[in-house]
Design a protein around this ligand. Sequence first.
Ligand SMILES: [Zn+2]
Length: 305
Amino acid sequence: MSPGGATVASVLGVDLGGTWLRVAAFSADGQMGQPLRVPTPSAAGPEAVVDAVCELARQAAGGARPRLVIGVPGPVDPHQGVVHGAPNLPGWREVPLRQLIERRLGWECRVEHDAGLAALGEHRRGAGRGSTNFAYVTVSTGIGAGLILDRRLYRGSQGTAGEFGHMVVEPDGPRCRCGNRGCLEAVASGTAIAEMAGRSSGAEVSAAAAAGDPEAQAVLDRAAGHLGRAIGGLLNLLNLDAVALGGGVFNAGPRFWESMVEAVAEGSFPGPRRHALLAPAELRGDAGLLGAFELAQEEWERPSD
Ligand SMILES: [Zn+2]
Protein backbone atom coordinates (compact mmCIF):
# COMPACT_ATOMS: atom_id res chain seq x y z
CA MET A 1 0.00 0.00 0.00
CA SER A 2 1.12 3.57 -0.54
CA PRO A 3 0.06 6.60 1.44
CA GLY A 4 -1.71 8.11 -1.53
CA GLY A 5 0.67 8.99 -4.33
CA ALA A 6 2.18 12.45 -4.19
CA THR A 7 0.26 13.63 -1.10
CA VAL A 8 2.55 15.63 1.17
CA ALA A 9 1.14 14.87 4.60
CA SER A 10 0.05 17.99 6.45
CA VAL A 11 -2.31 16.17 8.80
CA LEU A 12 -2.64 12.50 9.67
CA GLY A 13 -6.02 11.15 10.64
CA VAL A 14 -5.86 8.00 12.74
CA ASP A 15 -8.83 5.69 13.26
CA LEU A 16 -8.01 3.41 16.19
CA GLY A 17 -10.63 0.67 16.19
CA GLY A 18 -10.77 -2.47 18.29
CA THR A 19 -10.17 -4.57 15.14
CA TRP A 20 -8.41 -2.31 12.61
CA LEU A 21 -5.99 0.57 12.91
CA ARG A 22 -6.14 2.98 9.94
CA VAL A 23 -4.07 6.05 9.15
CA ALA A 24 -4.76 8.52 6.33
CA ALA A 25 -2.54 11.37 5.19
CA PHE A 26 -4.16 14.66 4.21
CA SER A 27 -2.71 17.40 2.05
CA ALA A 28 -3.01 20.99 3.30
CA ASP A 29 -6.16 21.48 1.21
CA GLY A 30 -7.86 18.45 2.75
CA GLN A 31 -7.39 15.80 0.07
CA MET A 32 -7.23 12.37 1.71
CA GLY A 33 -4.73 9.77 0.51
CA GLN A 34 -5.50 6.06 0.48
CA PRO A 35 -5.56 4.98 4.17
CA LEU A 36 -2.99 2.47 5.45
CA ARG A 37 -4.45 -0.32 7.55
CA VAL A 38 -3.16 -3.01 9.94
CA PRO A 39 -4.93 -5.19 12.51
CA THR A 40 -4.97 -3.48 15.91
CA PRO A 41 -2.86 -5.49 18.40
CA SER A 42 -5.64 -4.92 20.97
CA ALA A 43 -4.94 -8.00 23.08
CA ALA A 44 -1.30 -6.94 23.65
CA GLY A 45 -2.36 -3.83 25.60
CA PRO A 46 -1.95 -0.05 25.27
CA GLU A 47 1.85 0.09 24.80
CA ALA A 48 1.75 -2.31 21.84
CA VAL A 49 -1.14 -0.39 20.29
CA VAL A 50 0.71 2.92 20.69
CA ASP A 51 3.77 1.37 19.02
CA ALA A 52 1.60 0.21 16.11
CA VAL A 53 0.02 3.69 15.77
CA CYS A 54 3.46 5.35 15.65
CA GLU A 55 4.84 2.84 13.16
CA LEU A 56 1.91 3.26 10.78
CA ALA A 57 1.93 7.04 11.24
CA ARG A 58 5.62 7.22 10.24
CA GLN A 59 4.86 5.18 7.12
CA ALA A 60 1.91 7.38 6.20
CA ALA A 61 3.84 10.62 6.83
CA GLY A 62 6.47 9.72 4.24
CA GLY A 63 9.19 11.80 5.90
CA ALA A 64 6.99 14.83 6.66
CA ARG A 65 6.20 16.08 10.19
CA PRO A 66 2.42 16.27 10.13
CA ARG A 67 0.03 17.02 12.93
CA LEU A 68 -1.90 14.00 14.05
CA VAL A 69 -5.52 13.59 15.19
CA ILE A 70 -6.50 10.21 16.55
CA GLY A 71 -10.04 8.92 17.12
CA VAL A 72 -10.47 6.28 19.81
CA PRO A 73 -13.50 4.06 20.48
CA GLY A 74 -14.37 5.44 23.90
CA PRO A 75 -14.63 8.62 25.98
CA VAL A 76 -11.55 10.84 26.27
CA ASP A 77 -10.39 13.98 28.02
CA PRO A 78 -9.69 16.00 24.85
CA HIS A 79 -7.72 18.69 26.70
CA GLN A 80 -5.22 16.30 28.23
CA GLY A 81 -5.53 13.66 25.51
CA VAL A 82 -6.26 10.95 28.07
CA VAL A 83 -8.42 7.97 27.10
CA HIS A 84 -10.78 7.25 30.01
CA GLY A 85 -11.61 3.78 28.73
CA ALA A 86 -12.53 1.85 25.58
CA PRO A 87 -14.66 -1.31 25.77
CA ASN A 88 -13.02 -2.85 22.67
CA LEU A 89 -9.44 -2.14 23.79
CA PRO A 90 -8.53 -4.36 26.77
CA GLY A 91 -6.46 -2.68 29.50
CA TRP A 92 -7.23 0.91 28.44
CA ARG A 93 -7.99 2.87 31.61
CA GLU A 94 -6.85 6.51 31.85
CA VAL A 95 -4.19 6.10 29.15
CA PRO A 96 -2.31 9.40 28.40
CA LEU A 97 -2.40 8.70 24.67
CA ARG A 98 -1.55 12.20 23.47
CA GLN A 99 1.58 12.34 25.64
CA LEU A 100 2.68 8.82 24.63
CA ILE A 101 2.39 9.62 20.91
CA GLU A 102 3.94 13.11 21.13
CA ARG A 103 6.92 11.67 23.03
CA ARG A 104 7.52 8.91 20.53
CA LEU A 105 6.95 10.89 17.33
CA GLY A 106 7.73 14.47 18.38
CA TRP A 107 4.65 15.66 16.45
CA GLU A 108 1.65 17.54 17.83
CA CYS A 109 -1.29 15.27 18.52
CA ARG A 110 -4.95 15.54 19.51
CA VAL A 111 -7.15 12.73 20.84
CA GLU A 112 -10.93 12.56 20.35
CA HIS A 113 -13.79 10.11 20.75
CA ASP A 114 -14.25 8.46 17.34
CA ALA A 115 -18.00 9.15 17.28
CA GLY A 116 -17.29 12.86 17.73
CA LEU A 117 -14.84 12.87 14.83
CA ALA A 118 -17.32 10.97 12.65
CA ALA A 119 -19.96 13.59 13.52
CA LEU A 120 -17.55 16.36 12.56
CA GLY A 121 -16.77 14.60 9.27
CA GLU A 122 -20.45 14.11 8.40
CA HIS A 123 -21.23 17.69 9.43
CA ARG A 124 -18.52 19.32 7.33
CA ARG A 125 -18.48 16.95 4.34
CA GLY A 126 -21.44 14.56 4.53
CA ALA A 127 -25.11 14.29 5.50
CA GLY A 128 -24.98 17.17 7.97
CA ARG A 129 -23.63 19.83 5.60
CA GLY A 130 -25.21 23.22 6.18
CA SER A 131 -26.88 22.31 9.48
CA THR A 132 -26.35 24.27 12.69
CA ASN A 133 -27.35 21.53 15.14
CA PHE A 134 -26.65 17.96 14.11
CA ALA A 135 -26.24 14.44 15.47
CA TYR A 136 -24.50 11.47 13.94
CA VAL A 137 -25.82 8.18 15.29
CA THR A 138 -24.04 4.91 14.58
CA VAL A 139 -25.68 1.54 15.13
CA SER A 140 -23.43 -1.46 14.58
CA THR A 141 -21.94 -3.80 17.20
CA GLY A 142 -22.53 -0.92 19.64
CA ILE A 143 -24.52 2.32 19.52
CA GLY A 144 -22.94 5.75 19.80
CA ALA A 145 -23.47 9.33 18.77
CA GLY A 146 -21.55 12.51 18.11
CA LEU A 147 -23.13 15.93 18.56
CA ILE A 148 -22.48 19.16 16.69
CA LEU A 149 -24.19 22.05 18.47
CA ASP A 150 -23.94 25.59 17.09
CA ARG A 151 -21.65 24.08 14.43
CA ARG A 152 -19.08 22.92 16.98
CA LEU A 153 -18.26 19.50 18.33
CA TYR A 154 -19.99 19.11 21.71
CA ARG A 155 -17.94 17.05 24.16
CA GLY A 156 -19.65 17.67 27.49
CA SER A 157 -17.96 18.78 30.70
CA GLN A 158 -15.70 15.73 30.99
CA GLY A 159 -15.53 14.67 27.35
CA THR A 160 -18.02 11.83 27.77
CA ALA A 161 -20.98 13.28 25.82
CA GLY A 162 -22.54 11.20 23.06
CA GLU A 163 -23.17 7.94 24.92
CA PHE A 164 -26.54 7.61 23.22
CA GLY A 165 -26.39 3.80 23.38
CA HIS A 166 -26.47 3.79 27.18
CA MET A 167 -29.78 5.51 27.76
CA VAL A 168 -31.94 2.99 29.62
CA VAL A 169 -35.02 2.16 27.53
CA GLU A 170 -36.10 -1.08 29.26
CA PRO A 171 -35.34 -1.02 33.00
CA ASP A 172 -35.95 -4.77 33.26
CA GLY A 173 -34.27 -5.51 29.95
CA PRO A 174 -31.09 -7.45 29.22
CA ARG A 175 -27.83 -6.63 30.98
CA CYS A 176 -25.65 -4.22 28.98
CA ARG A 177 -21.87 -4.53 28.72
CA CYS A 178 -21.68 -1.26 30.69
CA GLY A 179 -23.22 -3.03 33.69
CA ASN A 180 -26.67 -1.40 33.61
CA ARG A 181 -29.86 -3.07 32.43
CA GLY A 182 -31.88 -2.34 29.33
CA CYS A 183 -29.63 0.24 27.66
CA LEU A 184 -30.56 1.11 24.06
CA GLU A 185 -27.40 -0.71 22.98
CA ALA A 186 -28.54 -3.87 24.82
CA VAL A 187 -31.80 -3.99 22.83
CA ALA A 188 -31.08 -2.37 19.47
CA SER A 189 -27.40 -2.86 18.47
CA GLY A 190 -26.38 -5.46 15.90
CA THR A 191 -24.98 -7.56 18.74
CA ALA A 192 -28.25 -7.38 20.67
CA ILE A 193 -30.33 -8.10 17.56
CA ALA A 194 -28.27 -11.25 16.90
CA GLU A 195 -28.52 -12.40 20.53
CA MET A 196 -32.26 -11.83 20.81
CA ALA A 197 -32.89 -13.73 17.57
CA GLY A 198 -30.49 -16.55 18.46
CA ARG A 199 -28.40 -15.90 15.33
CA SER A 200 -24.70 -15.34 14.81
CA SER A 201 -24.95 -11.81 13.41
CA GLY A 202 -27.32 -8.95 12.74
CA ALA A 203 -26.88 -9.57 9.01
CA GLU A 204 -28.12 -13.14 9.49
CA VAL A 205 -31.20 -11.83 11.31
CA SER A 206 -31.89 -9.41 8.43
CA ALA A 207 -31.56 -12.23 5.90
CA ALA A 208 -33.94 -14.43 7.92
CA ALA A 209 -36.47 -11.60 8.19
CA ALA A 210 -36.25 -10.95 4.44
CA ALA A 211 -36.96 -14.67 3.89
CA GLY A 212 -40.16 -14.36 5.94
CA ASP A 213 -39.06 -15.54 9.42
CA PRO A 214 -41.57 -13.85 11.78
CA GLU A 215 -39.33 -14.14 14.87
CA ALA A 216 -36.42 -12.42 13.14
CA GLN A 217 -38.80 -9.71 11.90
CA ALA A 218 -40.19 -9.17 15.41
CA VAL A 219 -36.68 -8.71 16.81
CA LEU A 220 -35.88 -6.13 14.11
CA ASP A 221 -39.19 -4.32 14.65
CA ARG A 222 -38.54 -4.11 18.38
CA ALA A 223 -35.01 -2.77 17.83
CA ALA A 224 -36.23 -0.22 15.27
CA GLY A 225 -38.93 0.92 17.70
CA HIS A 226 -36.50 1.48 20.56
CA LEU A 227 -34.06 3.26 18.28
CA GLY A 228 -36.71 5.53 16.77
CA ARG A 229 -38.22 6.55 20.12
CA ALA A 230 -34.74 7.31 21.47
CA ILE A 231 -33.99 9.48 18.43
CA GLY A 232 -37.35 11.18 19.01
CA GLY A 233 -36.15 12.02 22.53
CA LEU A 234 -32.97 13.46 21.07
CA LEU A 235 -35.04 15.73 18.80
CA ASN A 236 -37.17 16.91 21.73
CA LEU A 237 -34.08 17.60 23.82
CA LEU A 238 -31.91 19.33 21.22
CA ASN A 239 -34.21 20.55 18.39
CA LEU A 240 -31.75 19.38 15.74
CA ASP A 241 -31.68 20.33 12.05
CA ALA A 242 -30.49 16.91 10.95
CA VAL A 243 -29.61 13.43 12.17
CA ALA A 244 -27.36 11.16 10.10
CA LEU A 245 -27.63 7.44 10.72
CA GLY A 246 -24.77 5.08 9.99
CA GLY A 247 -23.63 1.57 10.84
CA GLY A 248 -24.29 -1.93 9.59
CA VAL A 249 -27.70 -2.30 11.25
CA PHE A 250 -29.20 0.08 8.66
CA ASN A 251 -28.47 -2.53 6.00
CA ALA A 252 -31.44 -4.44 7.48
CA GLY A 253 -33.65 -3.10 4.68
CA PRO A 254 -36.40 -0.53 4.09
CA ARG A 255 -38.81 -1.97 6.69
CA PHE A 256 -36.27 -1.36 9.48
CA TRP A 257 -35.85 2.27 8.39
CA GLU A 258 -39.62 2.81 8.06
CA SER A 259 -40.34 1.27 11.49
CA MET A 260 -37.68 3.47 13.01
CA VAL A 261 -39.09 6.62 11.40
CA GLU A 262 -42.59 5.73 12.68
CA ALA A 263 -41.18 5.32 16.18
CA VAL A 264 -39.43 8.70 15.98
CA ALA A 265 -42.93 10.16 15.71
CA GLU A 266 -44.01 8.25 18.86
CA GLY A 267 -41.09 9.72 20.79
CA SER A 268 -41.06 13.37 19.73
CA PHE A 269 -43.17 16.51 19.44
CA PRO A 270 -44.42 17.34 15.92
CA GLY A 271 -42.47 20.62 15.67
CA PRO A 272 -38.93 19.35 16.21
CA ARG A 273 -39.75 16.12 14.33
CA ARG A 274 -40.97 17.89 11.19
CA HIS A 275 -38.01 20.25 11.25
CA ALA A 276 -35.31 17.57 11.51
CA LEU A 277 -33.99 15.79 8.44
CA LEU A 278 -33.25 12.09 9.07
CA ALA A 279 -30.81 10.77 6.50
CA PRO A 280 -28.36 7.93 5.98
CA ALA A 281 -24.75 8.88 6.78
CA GLU A 282 -22.78 9.53 3.59
CA LEU A 283 -19.12 8.99 4.38
CA ARG A 284 -19.29 5.40 5.65
CA GLY A 285 -16.01 4.18 7.13
CA ASP A 286 -14.14 7.39 6.29
CA ALA A 287 -16.25 9.80 8.41
CA GLY A 288 -13.84 9.61 11.36
CA LEU A 289 -10.72 10.13 9.23
CA LEU A 290 -12.28 13.11 7.45
CA GLY A 291 -13.43 14.46 10.82
CA ALA A 292 -9.84 14.19 12.06
CA PHE A 293 -8.71 16.56 9.30
CA GLU A 294 -11.56 18.96 10.07
CA LEU A 295 -10.64 18.96 13.76
CA ALA A 296 -7.01 19.70 12.87
CA GLN A 297 -8.19 22.71 10.86
CA GLU A 298 -10.07 24.05 13.88
CA GLU A 299 -7.30 23.33 16.36
CA TRP A 300 -4.38 24.69 14.42
CA GLU A 301 -5.48 26.63 11.35
CA ARG A 302 -8.45 28.69 12.52
CA PRO A 303 -8.71 28.18 16.29
CA SER A 304 -10.86 31.28 16.90
CA ASP A 305 -13.48 30.27 14.29
ZN1 LIG B 1 -25.12 0.32 28.71
